[in-house]
Design a protein around this ligand. Structure first.
Ligand code: FAD
Ligand code: UDP
Length: 364
């Protein structure tokens, strides 16, 4: 008899399995995909670590989490500095002095940039923005909204900016310094050798079954363990009894190119609405690669349909209320615990996932 059956070998499942094993518990991990790691899975192609489920940059200000993850890998000094491409114009992100001086050739200093943005905001300023468009116009004005926000956001979320909640855009920093670092966190980097190795180390010595979908052998697998940690979608576990939660999905088109440098940067966002993908990732630049070839992935954002991979939860009022019903149902079973971004139905970065898994294990 196992103490824990852990459904999913993503970061949340792997940290739980590792820590519970260290505490002396017997764990069995089941994974429906053919590989470990969930969405942080990386695979080596042409000597390059390819992020198969989208670009993953580790960043945190949590000292404990940073120390924790460094047990499993060394990290390089990568700093995320995406480029935004709008038709034939290139800008630095996040919005900073490099962006402003390029957008407006008469702007050179922070004071001039502030003045310019104030002018840009004047016509469209709204006291209490009620949607993303109003929020963006009130924050950065018309030019930045139209060139760098509107098209990208509408492609990513499949909705007009007028229908989207304002909070989505509050995450984007606006800086009056020449600083292209996308994140404000103290620690940042990419694991040398890829993320899959981290998961393999975490799960070393623990029994793992890949190509094993819990839902196809629910009864048999449940009978093997005293407790279950479930990191798949909570609504799927309950057979969508209250109706399905909404997600956004992503399709990745990955190509190997006979070029040693395709775009000169790991991440280029395509902010015009007439380009069908949202961004292109050139994986070698995450690790300062010097290989002869390169691997790129185009990201297409799409509506999620039953049976497809869910990526981003859509945390609007309707879905949050639905999630609370599933959560309440789950609390009736004392030996069943949901976790991770699909179990909690919440967008969580990797550092949040580690913090949350460590907290769960502390209570066991
Ligand atoms: P997952 O990785 O989804 O793992 C869940 C696992 O459970 C999967 O392997 C799945 O196959 C398995 N599973 C589900 N159902 C079953 C079942 N019935 N039976 C068996 N197995 C099952 N975070 C950052 O910190 N930095 C970033 O730059 C970043 N970029 C991101 C980019 C994208 C496009 C996305 C979508 C996310 C990004 N994240 C980033 C977030 C990061 O991916 C998550 O924090 C992390 O992967 C969540 O781990 P998890 O274990 O909760 O979920
Ligand atoms: N965003 C944008 N233009 C960009 C990048 C981001 O308008 O070039 C907006 C978009 O609405 C997105 C939000 O900012 O949903 C948050 O961006 P972030 O890069 O944090 O999103 P991620 O895809 O990493 O979750």
């Amino acid at each position: 008899m196992y103490d824990y059956l852990i459904v999913g070998s993503g970061l949340y499942g792997a940290v739980c399995a590792h820590e519970l094993t260290n505490k002396g518990y017997r764990c069995l991990v089941v994974e429906k995909r053919s590989h470990l790691g969930g969405n942080i899975f990386t695979e080596e192609i042409e000597g390059i670590q390819v992020h198969k489920y989208g670009a993953h940059i580790f960043h945190t200000s949590n000292e404990e989490v940073w120390k924790y993850i460094n047990q499993f890998s060394k990290f390089n000094h990568y700093i995320n500095s995406p480029i935004a491409r709008y038709h034939n114009e290139c800008y630095n992100l996040p919005f900073n002095m490099n962006t402003f001086t390029k957008l407006w050739p008469d702007v050179f200093t922070p004071e001039e940039a502030r003045k310019k943005i104030e002018e840009e905001k004047k016509d469209s300023y709204i006291e209490a923005p009620s949607n993303l468009e109003e929020q963006a116009l009130s924050l950065v004005g018309k030019t930045i909204y139209e060139k760098l926000i509107k098209g990208y956001t509408e492609k990513q979320w499949g909705k007009s900016c007028k229908e989207l909640p304002a909070f989505i855009i509050k995450r984007l920093p606006v800086r009056y310094t020449f600083d292209n670092n996308y994140f404000n966190d103290i620690y940042q980097g990419i694991p040398i050798g890829g993320y899959t190795k981290i998961i393999e180390k975490m799960l070393d010595g623990i029994e793992v079954r890949v190509n094993c979908n819990f839902l196809n052998q629910r009864e048999e697998l449940s009978s093997l363990a005293k407790k279950i940690i479930y990191t798949g979608p909570i609504d799927e576990y309950y057979k969508y009894c209250f109706g399905p939660l909404e997600y956004r999905s992503i399709r990745f088109e990955t190509e190997v190119l006979n070029s040693n440098n395709y775009q000169g940067n790991a991440v280029v966002n395509y902010t015009a609405v007439d380009v069908p993908y949202t961004r292109i990732i050139e994986h070698k630049h995450f690790e300062f690669g010097t290989q002869e070839k390169t691997v790129i992935s185009k990201e297409y954002s799409s509506t999620w349909n039953l049976g497809e991979d869910p990526y981003y939860p859509v945390n609007d009022n309707h879905n949050n209320a639905l999630y609370r019903k599933y959560k309440a149902l789950s609390l009736k079973d004392k030996n069943l615990f949901f976790g991770g971004r699909l179990g909690f139905y919440k967008y969580m970065d990797m550092d949040d996932i580690i913090e949350s898994a460590l907290e769960f294990v502390r209570g066991e």
